[in-house]
Design a protein around this ligand. Structure first.
Ligand code: HEC
Ligand code: HEC
Length: 303
């Protein structure tokens, strides 16, 4: 009820609940009054079916009636103990949020030591521990697969974590830093600086030459002149990128945002801003430590 800023709805719901109780009691009271007549024979109500099947005005059996009273008492006691009447919190102070938090605290107390025991281990060594990597895989599926894919091969805009191509670096400590504090890739939009679509097309041609494709050499030549002015600060003159800036290697033909001429032009014209969220607070260092070792183990699987 805390979501409502006026007390109205709390009273509204309470009134419906209490009204329901009163209505049930009233109905029971009426039925209670229907007693058998003196002679013990129930009178017909006048409804007749199938020629001779009569409905009699027989009162409810006592035990049946008492069951109704018991359910009403049960309901009243329940509403006194637990939240149900508008914003009234109940005598026990129970809440679903409180229950959830208690469960999380209990799970942390139970499983926390399982994660903590790995925290002091060297990441590269941890990556060879079957036990830790099983835990790592579970954590990965829970927290990372939504973005990087259940097979960790990524998707457009979400890097493949299994290969040896890294935006930010693939040594275990760098992977851990990436997961702990997150990353934001900042590729500016260049359409204006490059003088519109033609300039973008020229640079895109050169970028494809860097990646080793067959291209129009004249156009690429013009693109190179622009690349040397605008792009080398982050992607280096050779186009191999700078991991400290998260600027990808453009020569390896591995593309974060797609390698078609169209996708490359769009990247250059409009810019990109991939965001890897920070997990330090959300997961805690112990889980991130295991995850870093797990990611490191994935990329080294084939060696
Ligand atoms: C909301 C989506 C999202 C989630 C969840 C997410 N990531 Fe990422 N991650 C990204 C994006 C986007 C990037 C690329 C950032 C960029 O373009 O600069 C990235 C980058 C990375 C990188 C750097 C890769 C490289 O080439 O340097 C690693 C490592 C990584 N993520 C691991 C993880 C792990 C482990 C988890 C689970 C704890 C996780 N990510 C959860 C979106 C996500
Ligand atoms: C300020 C540094 C910076 C400059 C200058 C810069 N880039 Fe980038 N570029 C990046 C970063 C960072 C990314 C990755 C963005 C992400 O992870 O979301 C990127 C991504 C790209 C990509 C996508 C690669 C892929 O794998 O999909 C292309 C293509 C690219 N840049 C080309 C260029 C060109 C051409 C220029 C010059 C006109 C340029 N960049 C200038 C930082 C820069």
């Amino acid at each position: 009820m805390a979501d409502f800023n006026s007390e109205f709805w709390s009273w509204f719901i309470s009134a419906i609940v209490v009204g329901g109780f009163i209505w049930m009691l009233y109905l029971l009271q009426i039925n209670n009054k229907a007693q058998l007549p003196e002679d013990g024979e129930a009178k017909p109500t006048g409804h007749v079916w199938d020629e001779d099947l009569q409905e009699l005005n027989t009162p409810l059996p006592r035990w049946w009636l008492y069951m109704f009273y018991i359910t009403i008492v049960f309901g009243a006691v329940y509403l006194a103990l637990y939240p149900g009447l508008g914003s009234y919190k109940g005598v026990l102070g129970w809440s679903s949020v409180g229950e959830y938090e208690a469960e999380v605290a209990k799970a942390d107390a139970e499983f926390g030591p399982l994660y903590d025991k790995f925290l002091n281990e060297d990441l590269a060594a941890l990556a060879t521990s079957k036990d830790a990597m099983r835990t790592g895989e579970r954590l990965y599926v829970n927290y990372c697969a939504v973005c990087h894919g259940s097979d960790a091969r990524g998707a457009k805009g979400f890097p493949n974590l299994r290969d040896n191509d890294w935006l930010y670096g693939g040594d275990p400590e760098t992977i851990k830093t990436t997961i702990m504090y997150g990353r934001t890739g900042a590729m500016p939009a260049w359409e204006g600086a490059l003088g519109g679509a033609e300039g973008v097309a020229q640079v895109a041609e050169y970028v494809q030459q860097l990646a080793g494709r067959d291209i129009d050499a004249d156009v690429a030549e013009q693109g190179k002149a622009k690349f040397d002015v605008f792009c080398v600060a982050c992607h280096t003159p050779e186009g191999t990128g700078i991991q400290a800036m998260g600027a990808p290697n453009l020569t390896d033909n591995i593309w974060l945002y797609g390698g078609s001429a169209k996708a490359i032009k769009q990247t250059i014209a409009m810019g990109r801003e991939g965001r890897m969220p920070a997990h330090a607070e959300f997961l805690g260092e112990a889980k991130v430590h295991i995850l870093a070792a797990y990611i490191y183990s994935l990329s080294n699987e084939n060696e």
